[in-house]
Ligand binder design. Structure first.
Ligand code: ZN
Length: 203
């Protein structure tokens, strides 16, 4: 299985990192070894001095598809979750400057936090979900999927024009504004609407 991640999908986050607004979705991937095992603490890697959280809505693909039309994309996923795309921001800034790929900054072990999976039928529309991240019981990121530049179905269509989507693949749909650093001792909790999806200690 693969983790397909979308970058720069919320305007306010593009502005906070002073990135250009993309013409097409930015895509990168994480290997399955990036998944933080359930109930495990997150250890800040030694190669970064600036480890950022990015809370994101996740979608799990449940049947194989390629060149999926946006109108049919909803048939390719039935479960959603919430997760974190941990990013070594200092490493990423260095790679960006040199025009190099981002994997060292984003695809390292433990960089993909995946919460519990819930049927999408529990929600009215995936395009109107509010979600948030709390750090030490304070809200640090809060947004709605309404604010996405490319909605989930458009992302699936776009991604599947390059990569065959397979059962079990997970799409990280991009982070809203409010990204920031974590330090040893921090405690993170993610919510969709008011329901907790994951919690995690930083070591
Ligand atoms: Zn991200």
């Amino acid at each position: 299985m693969k983790l397909i991640c979308i970058g720069r999908n919320y305007t306010a986050h593009i502005e906070e990192l002073e990135n250009e607004r993309p013409k097409d979705p930015v895509i990168f991937m994480k290997p399955d070894s990036a998944i933080l095992p359930k109930e495990q603490d997150f250890y800040i890697p030694e190669f970064t001095q600036s480890l950022h959280y990015e809370v994101e809505v996740l979608v799990k693909i449940h049947k194989v598809g390629k060149h999926i039309a946006p109108a049919f994309a909803h048939k390719y996923y039935d479960e959603i979750s919430l997760g974190i795309d941990f990013t070594a921001r200092d490493v990423q800034d260095e790679l960006k400057k040199k025009g190099l790929p981002w994997e060292k900054a984003k695809a390292f072990d433990g960089s993909a936090v995946i919460g519990k999976w819930v049927s999408k039928s529990n929600y009215g529309s995936i395009d109107h979900l509010t979600f948030s991240l709390q750090k030490n019981q304070e809200v640090v990121q809060q947004a709605s999927t309404e604010l996405m530049l490319w909605k989930v179905d458009e992302l699936i269509a776009y991604v599947s024009s390059f990569f065959t989507l397979k059962k079990g693949d997970i799409i990280f749909t991009g982070t809203p504004a409010g990204v920031g650093t974590v330090a040893s001792g921090d405690y993170l909790e993610g919510f969709i609407e008011c329901e907790p999806f994951f919690d995690l200690k930083i070591k």
